[in-house]
Design a protein around this ligand. Sequence first.
Ligand SMILES: O=C(O)CCC(=O)C(=O)O
Ligand SMILES: [Mn+2]
Length: 158
Amino acid sequence: MSVRMTNAGPLGWVTDKEGGYRYQATHPESGRPWPDIPDSLLNLWAKLADYPHPPEACLINYYGGAAKMGLHQDRDEEDFAAPVISISLGDTAIFRIGATTRKGPTRKLELRSGDVIVLEGADRLAYHGIDRVLPETSELLEEGGRFNLTLRRVTKPN
Ligand SMILES: O=C(O)CCC(=O)C(=O)O
Ligand SMILES: [Mn+2]
């Protein structure tokens, strides 16, 4: 994977050779809990999510150099009634979004710094990915590149 990742929140999305993709409460190398999701992001969720419970994971992706992300669905969560809310910061990305089947038609969207997208309803399980990041399109990050934050509800509340 060319994207660098970390997390905030009670659960983080991780992967390694032994365990594959999963959510867990601690960093797989340090064994320590993830830091809290900042209030500003919890407030954004409360405003935009048509869902009565807070997010449990904030996945933080950093795209440097030629980093990209292949077409995939976000489906490791238990409750697809909760949206995935994605925030873009830094250089502009070419985002691709399609249907709920891998072979469906796709379209491209430019995600600029500050853009927020909500994957909900029929789009919650839409295939999506990042074709590429356009260098030097934002001055937000001194080192360049792009951060993407995704807020996710992982468990189904009782
Ligand atoms: O970087 C993005 O805008 C998308 C990230 C994403 O789809 C993911 O982390 O699952
Ligand atoms: Mn995704």
